[in-house]
Design a protein around this ligand. Structure first.
Ligand SMILES: [Zn+2]
Length: 73
């Protein structure tokens, strides 16, 4: 998956559901802080791949890869 999207930073996280106590698999996007994505459907990561193609996400990735020299942050 990371090889398929070399420009994207994301990591898998295991979160314990507070109510059910069940451990759930989530994907965290490093470029979109605070967002967690549920993988699926099934064994696939299609839900997250949709996010990788999201325009807002892509602009954040582009900004990281190609910082504007004039931009003062
Ligand atoms: Zn993102």
């Amino acid at each position: 998956m990371q090889a398929k999207y070399p420009d994207d930073n994301f990591e898998a996280v295991i979160r314990k559901n507070a109510t059910s106590g069940i451990y759930e698999f989530r994907i965290k996007c490093a470029d979109c802080p605070g967002k967690h994505y549920t993988p699926g459907p099934g064994e696939s990561l299609q839900n997250f791949e949709v996010h990788l193609k999201n325009r807002q996400h892509r602009s954040k990735v582009n900004a990281r890869l190609h910082p504007q020299p004039s931009e003062t942050s």
